[in-house]
Design a protein around this ligand. Structure first.
Ligand code: UDP
Ligand code: MG
Length: 317
């Protein structure tokens, strides 16, 4: 292998976006190979995340018609993070570097050139970072910024305004594969790998075709997974909160006793509800972590491969 690039694209019900995305990526790959920066063995790897439309048929056809395409089909819908991990498991065996990007061309394909250049000058990880968020709705912008702030506050080293558009060298891919957790929040783990990294900025555009595959619910799930898989701080905050409450109530009691000790029934009632709410919340947070520990303890596989197209090797994990 000699600077072989795999562009890994998770696809879930993307039959509307795939024709244009496929063509654009193929042209990019050929241009890069033509300039000698990547090898002729480079491929566009399309990972079908259990789509229910004609996505897989389309991928098979592309792989049949052009040697530059190949495909992997997961047996069911496992979510973007697992689809990315499945693609990278193949790319690690077949390529020197892989770039993950969405199927809707929201990530600027021209940033791929800069990512490859950074790889050629020695970077193992290149983050694609959005320079602005003008094409997002105000709601998405506000929730996204809040999410990044929250993660930072909780001590996770996420890269601001970076999602899943990134280049990984082969050793970064295999290091990522060593993280055994099933519930993997890739963008939270990659900075932990510690290899030499670089940043490429780009402007994010509108989805080229089709609808977003993320509902508000699945975004919330991703955010919860991001926080809970990366940080134990919420648990510690609960302890702190309990300690502060104890101190305040002790101080209040002393003050009330000193002043003659009059308490009204209303005050008692509201404080009971207040403490009850905090205890319930705390239990919920503890339960969330306990539940996640339980799920991880099962060590279930992240995905199953149902079919491949244009690929002969199988990854080990
Ligand atoms: N995707 C996936 N599995 C899912 C949902 C989404 O593989 O369960 C893919 C999807 O096809 C796309 C990428 O993940 O390539 C990002 O999804 P989308 O563009 O819908 O998210 P958004 O950009 O709106 O956050
Ligand atoms: Mg998108």
């Amino acid at each position: 292998m000699n600077n072989t690039l795999y562009i890994v694209i998770p696809c879930y019900n993307e039959e509307e976006a795939l024709p244009l995305t496929g063509r654009t990526m193929l042209e990019k790959l050929r241009a890069l190979a033509g300039s000698g920066r990547i090898s002729g063995e480079s491929r566009v790897l399309l990972v079908d995340d259990g789509s229910r439309d004609g996505t897989w048929r389309m991928i098979e056809k592309l792989a049949e018609d052009f040697p530059e395409y190949c495909g992997v089909k997961l047996s069911g819908n496992r979510g973007t993070q697992s689809a990315i991990m499945a693609g990278l498991a193949f790319a690690e065996k077949l390529a020197d570097m892989a770039i993950t990007t969405d199927a809707d061309l929201q990530d600027d394909v021209n940033a791929i050139d800069k990512m490859v250049d950074e790889f050629l000058s020695g970077a193992d990880i290149v983050y694609g970072v959005r320079s602005k968020r003008e094409t997002d709705t105000v709601f998405k912008r506000v929730t996204a910024v809040t999410f990044y702030r929250l993660l930072r506050l909780l001590g996770c080293g996420v890269v601001f305004n970076h999602s899943d558009f990134r280049l990984l060298s082969r050793r970064a891919m295999s290091a990522l594969g060593e993280y055994p957790e099933r519930d993997l929040f890739v963008r939270g783990i990659v900075p932990m790998l510690g290899f030499k990294s670089a940043v490429v900025t780009y402007e994010r555009s509108e989805r080229s075709a089709g609808e977003t595959k993320y509902s508000f619910r699945s975004l919330l799930r991703l955010a919860a997974s991001g926080v809970a898989s990366l940080s134990l701080k919420p648990l510690r905050l609960i302890m702190l909160l309990g300690a502060v409450m104890m101190l305040i109530s002790a101080a209040g009691l002393i003050a009330a006793l000193a002043a003659g000790g009059v308490t009204t029934a209303g005050l008692t009632l509201s404080s009971v509800w207040f403490v009850g709410g905090i205890v319930t919340c705390a239990l919920g947070i503890v339960g969330e972590y306990a539940g996640r520990a339980y799920m991880e303890a099962k060590r279930r596989p992240r995905y199953h491969i149902e079919a491949t197209a244009g690929i002969n090797t199988k990854p080990e994990h």
